[in-house]
Design a protein around this ligand. Structure first.
Ligand code: NAD
Ligand code: GLY
Length: 366
């Protein structure tokens, strides 16, 4: 059973990766015994996995209760967040109580933000059930909700005390969601691990068939990268920003189309190709490199063209990016495949050109 440790001193925690973890109370910490535990999930995931988690928590001596939220990115907002606070208060939760986030990145981000705010910070455990959440969102303590003007704009850093990645949950994940998660797996290869990128190219058809052995390896390697990056730069003052490859463009797609129209991972894939194209305009990547990325995304059934929102609209949306400093847009670009940098080098005209080239034939259809 592979475990990845996130080395954050007094906030250190483990990511356990394997099969059948949700049904095994041995993975739950002793401190849950006798305590109320809020299991935050949604209308889709709860019917699949809530009972299993509930039974494990009971076996660990905890007093679980469920908070079931509506499903979807469009509900990642204050109204939904308040439903978690209502339930925590009604159940007399204390700061020492625990919140479990059982679901994808939306539930993880919202549950984590509720845990960060409730009585100024309560214990929380991530039980991610999408590929995207297993390889990225559940690790590293970024929690947030969306604002109509920008994605993930209201949030906090609040680390979980444990992450349980139960690979069995991927069996019920719809194909489109699985592909979206693969965009974040590919991201690690593009930003810092050319060997992993090569391995992904060689194994993508087995991964897309959800072959358990390469899938577990991909998740493990992705979590190791995420843990290393977070341990080195928890608050994104440096290298953690590289995890945002494709995200500035991608967030513009998500906000511009309306939350939930394109999945986060789909928007990241199209955004990564814009970043790649921009990297060629700066003389860093070759067109052959961009074609290689495009082939890998296509093999993962991800979009290789972005919606045609218009370059001006993209730029307007991108000006809300959290990486902006002193009003200057900072983008994650690639010097080569496997080496990303934070860059302010590109002019607005070059950014607009990359946007136009990657979105010119586009519709919002995938
Ligand atoms: P999601 O949480 O919306 O889940 C995708 C869909 O799959 C939902 O309909 C969900 O109900 C369903 N689902 C989840 N698990 C399932 C399962 N096992 N079987 C069947 N259906 C299942 O989306 P996501 O892609 O997991 O996460 C995207 C969110 O994560 C975005 O809001 C993004 O901003 C956030 N995110 C956060 C971080 C971070 O570091 N905190 C990193 C990346 C993304
Ligand atoms: N997903 C980006 C980060 O965790 O920093």
């Amino acid at each position: 059973m592979p475990t990845v440790d996130v080395a954050l001193g007094e906030r250190a925690y483990s990511i356990h990766i394997g099969r059948g973890l949700l049904s095994d109370p041995a993975y739950l910490p002793a401190r849950l015994s006798g305590q109320p535990v809020a299991v935050v999930s949604n209308e889709t995931v709860a019917p699949l996995y809530l009972q299993t988690v509930h039974e494990s928590l009971l076996a660990a001596g905890a007093k679980p209760f469920a908070v079931i939220l509506p499903d979807g990115e469009a509900h990642k907002n204050w109204q939904t967040l308040n439903r978690i606070f209502d339930a925590l208060l009604k159940q007399h939760c204390e700061r020492g109580s625990t919140l479990v986030a059982l679901g994808g990145g939306v539930i993880g981000d919202m549950g984590g933000f509720a845990a960060a705010c409730y009585q100024r910070g309560m214990n929380f455990i991530q039980m991610p059930t999408t590929l995207l959440a297993q390889v990225d969102a559940s690790v590293g303590g970024k929690t947030a909700i969306n604002h109509p003007l920008g994605k993930n704009m209201i949030g906090a850093f609040h680390q979980p005390s444990l992450v349980l990645v139960d690979i069995d949950t991927l069996a019920t994940l719809p194909q489109r969601e699985f592909s979206a998660g693969m965009a974040e797996v590919i991201k690690y290869g593009l930003i810092r691990d050319a060997d992993f990128l090569h391995w992904l190219e060689a194994n993508m058809s087995r991964l897309m068939a959800r072959d358990e052995i390469p899938l577990a390896e991909a998740i493990y390697r992705a979590c190791r990268h995420k843990a290393e990056i977070v341990a080195a730069d928890e608050r994104e003052r440096g290298g953690r920003a590289l995890l945002n490859l494709g995200h500035t463009f991608g967030h513009a797609i998500e906000t511009g189309l309306g939350y939930g129209v394109w999945l986060h991972g789909e928007a990241v894939a199209a955004g990564t190709l814009m970043a790649a194209r921009l990297s060629t305009l700066l003389g860093w990547l070759s067109t052959a490199d961009v074609a290689r990325i495009e082939r890998l995304f296509a093999a993962a059934v991800l979009p290789v063209r972005a919606p045609a929102l218009g370059a001006e609209r993209y730029l307007q949306l991108m000006r809300h990016d959290k990486k902006i400093q002193d009003g200057r847009l900072r983008l994650i670009l690639m010097k080569s495949l496997g080496e990303a940098v934070v860059s302010e080098t590109a002019s607005e005209a070059q950014i607009a050109e990359a946007i136009r080239e990657c979105s010119q034939k586009l519709t919002t259809d995938l």
